[in-house]
Design a binder for this molecule. Sequence first.
Ligand SMILES: Nc1nc2c(ncn2[C@@H]2O[C@H](COP(=O)(O)OP(=O)(O)OP(=O)(O)O)[C@@H](O)[C@H]2O)c(=O)[nH]1
Ligand SMILES: [Mg+2]
Length: 394
Amino acid sequence: MLIGLVGKPSVGKSTFFKAATLAEVEIASYPFTTIKANNGVGYVRVDCLEKEFGVKCNPQKGFCIKGQRFVPVELMDVAGLVPGAHEGKGLGNQFLDDLTKADAFIHVVDLSGTTDNEGKPVKDHDVCSDVKFLEKELNMWYYNIFIKAWRSFARKAEQEKSKFSEAITKQFSGLKVDEEHVKEAMRKLNLPEKLSQWKEDHLLEFASMLRKLSKPMIVAANKIDIQKAKENYEKLKKEFSDLLIIPCSADSELALRQAAKAEIIEYIPGDKEFTIIKDVSDKQKSALERIKKDILEVYDQGTGVQSVLNSAVFSLLNYIAVFPAGASKLADSKGNVLPDCFLLPKGSTALDFAFFLHTDFGKGFIKAINAKTKMVLGKDYVLKHRDGLEIITK
Ligand SMILES: Nc1nc2c(ncn2[C@@H]2O[C@H](COP(=O)(O)OP(=O)(O)OP(=O)(O)O)[C@@H](O)[C@H]2O)c(=O)[nH]1
Ligand SMILES: [Mg+2]
């Protein structure tokens, strides 16, 4: 699973990335601080099964704090996009090719309204225009990929209409576009029956829908610690009621994560509270208190960073977390208790899970056992979030 961070310059993409991964990256208030993409590992938070079973888990990947399991997801932070990037403005849009493998995007928006289209300081910038232009730039990125081959394959596909979606899927191979996305885009749009009648607008409409379906986007409404942001948050929600928008303060999350790493506070990412556990200077204490009072006590999602990641995976992409778990023994052969937690698309079955674990498990599938209830499950059993399953094979 790969999630890309996109947005205009200076909105806090790298701050969000650093807060989520604790990787060392450059953060600064001038535009285009990031030029080369940053790759790192962030985590989604899941209630661990260890609680139900009264055990302590030993995660192979990620970690678990007080029953909160943190499951790794890959994150990528790229350069800022500006209006006209597809025509070469700013750093252009070539760097988006780093994001071809992304499953979803987090659009980081500066809610404070203090950065203009290019990320330079300004007063009262219209935050709604940021969402519009960014979507346009992403759509133009897809459009340009699409148009390169459109003319040649449109003619060919005309003879074999059924092959059309296959041809487009091939054209977008590498961009995590599958044939279902293409078919869905066609279904959702009212495009001319004959491909040869598709006009420029139709091509753009199609490329945009394909982008939306194959690279869905959540908005991280950042910098909510700044007063003006609250007003802009309401504005954004009203204007884009169909978008998933989560208020956040990447800067605050970064401060809390760093303080927790330095063992100054006890804090579980995503929590609405923390405890100071070490003597700190008055300055540090008041900075922490401010985060508590202005953000944690005001917003349901804490600083919002964890909530953005969880919503991207579990709401936007519709994934669930599933634990391989023996019905009689929760540990693997090395004695690791509940060593794994995997992310699978909602709707996956017990058989899908078996194949996901190993082809041999899939091929030799006899039944699955629900480790919580000890019930026997067939291959068509549809997995639920936080299921613990043992696969019995031949
Ligand atoms: N007040 C406030 N400032 C923030 C927040 N997040 C980031 N910033 C500040 O915004 C500025 C830009 O942050 P970056 O993370 O470098 O922004 P970016 O989007 O990666 O910028 P480019 O790499 O230039 O595209 C820095 O001065 C950050 O400290 C936040 O939640 N609140
Ligand atoms: Mg950056």
